[in-house]
Design a binder for this molecule. Structure first.
Ligand code: ATP
Length: 356
């Protein structure tokens, strides 16, 4: 299928079979036949470990990296040979590289000056954007006098100023402390909604991706391992790789027989409609339920970690690997306690054995 086939007007960006190789032709490509559509006004966050190809993906879309194969289409038009400054995309990288010798207005107006917009229009746009990013009246401030979070907002206003049809963010909040990141991510989502901006962002921080995105794309070794709504991906990781990347480690060999699977932890109920046969099974920590020591699978509490909203328990059964349980604060047993465990089918996920 060619990249153009089946394209609809709502699609702003379409990647079809995009491959990028660095180094020897036989080696593993940095991007391996990637297909990805982004709809107009959609916020897509690409998530993945270091080296999985996230930045390369952005660079290809921006025209900063040539693809060895495949197509990049923006609003249905093939971008082969179109230079970065003619693609109508905005870029904001982690080291936001503001111009230190220019004040805030000089930075935000950069793209508008390049376009030779009239001075009055530049001033109006700069004022509007500074309001939007929560820095009203900051035009004449020196960049060096701003905090990290304020500089990030200026960088964002600068990227938005030329009204790009697609805004691309590379680890947009990477260097900020957690509290500020959590606040900014909420503001960013509201801002993008208000402006109707289409966003393709990459991050290795899952919290950031899940809070910002309409759709999360998880990358593994230059390929897309899973794409779906944050809730979807969180509740139903498709492969063992995605499950472990999201921090779910309760994964075991299993053989499904009807309504349950035989596992090293004994019988575990599986969701309705699961096919019989061998598979890898994930039990999300919320689905590991504590019962009295006499009932269920006997386990010893090997460790407990306070997580703010719950306690994460590491449980050691008599046989089989350790497993994690999420337990309400008040009910969490002490380390060394003997407990029983049962499993809730709604938190059991059969993983795709063909990948990851
Ligand atoms: N210019 C380059 N020359 C050679 N190899 C490169 C180049 N850029 C990227 N790579 C390789 O391509 C692969 C993908 O890199 P990329 O930077 O896209 O990953 P990433 O997911 O963005 O990683 P990170 O989270 O660390 O930024 C890596 O193996 C990397 O070493």
């Amino acid at each position: 299928m060619t990249a153009q086939a089946g394209s609809t007007a709502r699609e702003l960006l379409r990647l079809g079979g995009v491959t990028v190789r660095f180094g020897a032709p036989g080696g593993r490509p940095a991007l391996d036949a990637v297909d990805l559509d982004v709809a107009a006004q959609e916020i897509v966050c690409v998530l993945g470990p270091s080296g999985s190809g996230k930045s390369t993906l952005l660079r290809v879309v921006a025209g900063l990296q040539q693809a060895d194969a495949g197509d990049v289409l923006l609003e249905g038009r093939d971008q082969a040979g179109v230079p970065t400054h003619r693609r109508g995309v905005g870029l904001m990288f982690q080291d936001h590289q503001l111009f230190p010798q220019r004040d805030v207005a000089g930075n935000v107006a950069f793209g508008l000056r390049m376009r030779r917009s009239a001075r009055a229009e530049q001033e109006r746009t700069v004022a509007e954007l500074l309001d939007l990013v929560g820095l009203p009246g900051a035009q004449r401030r020196a960049v060096a006098s701003l905090s990290g979070g304020e500089q990030q907002r200026v960088a964002l206003a600068r990227a938005l100023a030329p009204r790009p049809r697609l805004l691309m963010l590379d680890e947009p909040l990477g260097q900020l402390d957690r509290g500020l990141r959590e606040r900014l991510v909420v503001e960013l989502r509201r801002l993008f909604r208000e402006l109707g901006t289409t966003v393709l962002a990459v991050t290795h921080d899952q919290g950031e991706a899940f809070a910002l995105a309409d759709r999360v794309v998880v990358m593994q070794d230059g390929r897309i391992a899973q794409s779906g709504s944050p809730l979807d991906v969180w509740q139903r990781p498709a492969t063992e790789f995605v499950a472990r990347f999201l921090g779910f480690d309760n994964v075991v060999e299993a053989t499904v027989q009807g309504e349950a699977a035989v596992t090293p932890w004994g019988k575990v109920p599986v969701p309705e409609g699961t096919s019989d046969g061998p598979c890898r099974l994930l039990v999300r920590p919320a689905g590991v339920r504590l019962t009295s020591a006499e009932n269920g699978l006997p386990c010893t509490v090997a460790a407990r970690t306070f997580r703010g909203t719950h306690v994460a328990l590491l449980l050691q059964p008599a046989g089989g690997p350790q497993m994690e349980a999420a337990c309400p604060l008040r009910e969490a047993p002490e380390t060394g306690a003997r407990v029983g465990v049962s499993f809730a089918a709604e938190d059991v996920v059969v993983l795709d054995a063909s990948a990851g």
